[in-house]
Write a protein that binds this ligand. Structure first.
Ligand code: GRF
Length: 219
């Protein structure tokens, strides 16, 4: 069953109403250089998205994404991830939930956040967490998806925006953008073109969400 974004059944999270005209408040999580944050922030600033970046969180203290956020005067915070390599520990997950809740975010946008988010986090922001992945899912989930695509020999790859569920890159797909693979592509050249596509697709998709045009729910 598909529900309009603004009427989530059983939503345990109260901030904002995605069907109202009120600008959407976005929380961004990332571990890397922050190019998708820049694309989203620029689109918010220009009015292309009826939204603002309410807070930026990273599990990497010196991540570019935090520097990009600080340069733009956005609220930003490093959250120490704890003892695990691929997920946040309980304290870190709670700190992220608290920071996002205090910032009153309506939507959580992951941009290369290298930690798996688990039940508590996903329940706190049920159906409000989206991710960008550098392949046409369900092909090539996981790390270095552009390299996986090149190694496999596909002729078309691209990027995907999807809701986040408990799996790895498995949530329901919201939008995709295809990219042709060139005969002389290297992992770097292909990744560069995919990232350029991401910088168009992510803001365009969040703009659709802010306009209440994206449905959520089951498959
Ligand atoms: C993006 O390529 C995204 O697809 C992947 O991580 C990368 C993040 O890049 N999940 P950036 O930090 O936004 O530049």
């Amino acid at each position: 069953m598909i529900f309009p974004l603004g009427r989530p059944p059983g939503l345990c999270y109260q901030a904002g109403d995605l069907t109202s005209d009120k600008p959407l408040r976005i929380g961004v999580l990332g571990s890397g250089k922050g190019s998708n944050l820049v694309a989203l922030a620029d689109a918010c600033e220009s009015g292309a998205i009826n939204a603002s970046i309410a807070i930026v969180l990273s599990d990497v203290e010196d991540a570019g994404i935090l520097k990009q956020a600080a340069q733009r005067g956005l609220a930003e915070r490093f959250v120490a991830p704890g003892k695990f390599r691929t997920k946040l520990d309980e304290t870190a997950e709670a700190a992220c939930i608290d920071a996002l809740t205090e910032a009153e975010v309506d939507l959580v946008a992951l941009t290369g956040f290298m930690r798996i988010l688990k039940g508590d986090f996903l329940r706190a922001f049920e159906n409000r967490v989206i991710n960008i992945h550098p392949s046409l899912l369900p092909s090539f989930p996981g790390l270095e998806a552009w390299k996986q695509a090149l190694d496999y020999g596909v002729k078309v790859t691209g990027c995907t925006i999807h809701f986040v569920d408990q799996g790895i890159d498995t949530g329901r797909i919201i939008a995709q953008k295809p990219i042709d693979v060139k005969i002389d592509d290297t992992p770097q050249s292909l990744h560069d073109r995919i990232q350029a596509a991401e910088h168009e697709l992510y803001p365009a998709t969040v703009a659709r969400i802010a306009r209440g045009e994206v449905a959520f729910g089951g498959f």
